[in-house]
Ligand binder design. Sequence first.
Ligand code: PTJ
Length: 257
Amino acid sequence: MGVGDGEPIEMEIPEDHPRYLSLTSRERIADGVEAGLVDRTGLIAHGRGEAFDYLLGETTIPPAEMATKAAAAALVQADSSVISVNGNTAVLSGEEIASMSRIHDIPVEINIFHRTEGRVARLVDHMKGFGLDDVLGIDPDATIPNLAQPRAACCEVGIYNADVVLVPLEDGDRAQALKGMGKTVITIDLNPLSRTARTADITIVDNVVRAIPNIDEAMSEMSREEAQGILSAFDNGDNLKETMEFIARRMSAGDDR
Ligand code: PTJ
């Protein structure tokens, strides 16, 4: 659904369009706002993500492949992990997250920045629509320390007790507060300069749409022993530096695709 003269219009995007994924993602976010799943500021966040994705060439670049392996390793080694899902993530990657949750037995918690109980309930239903029996997030019973309410609300059996948290498109304050609790924070953020990207232990600078299936696949192929070696060799600061060098090289080469 698109918008013309204030009236919603149906958009048909041909599958062979060179920017099919980007355009269909844009439609999903817009539809998500209409369905009360995505906060309206999610449109702006998505636009910022699109701009960075364009700089990457809308593909998973080598440093992101390394970070994806490190994320998979942290999840393979975790005692208790959780996937924190917000509005944008749910409409872009809900089905793939549900599949990853089932295969690797990782709980999903709806945890949103612009919290309303109605939107949490709709997002829980949305994720259950992909076949998950239990989705956390309604009736939070714990609080993330050093973070103002309502963003601090979370579930004890989910985010509060987890040692490893996968939080795509997170905000900087909450990423910092989760780190302050001693957790390993994995984020997916197309902006390598964001506070979240710099705060997390592992930052995958990639589109959540590509990153989730990649983490899922990497986990399926990894033993705990292998995971230990990958984690010891990974440094998030170095990885972000390589990411920015990749973008700078691409821009100075004038490579538009
Ligand atoms: O559903 P809510 O209430 O939790 O709100 C979610 C948003 C995303 C609106 C909220 O967390 C927010 O405002 O986020 P920010 O601070 O704008 O940060 C979003 C980050 O995600 C930015 O750095 C974007 O570049 C990045 N981003 C946007 N789309 C994608 C993305 N990263 C990966 N994949 C994307 N598709």
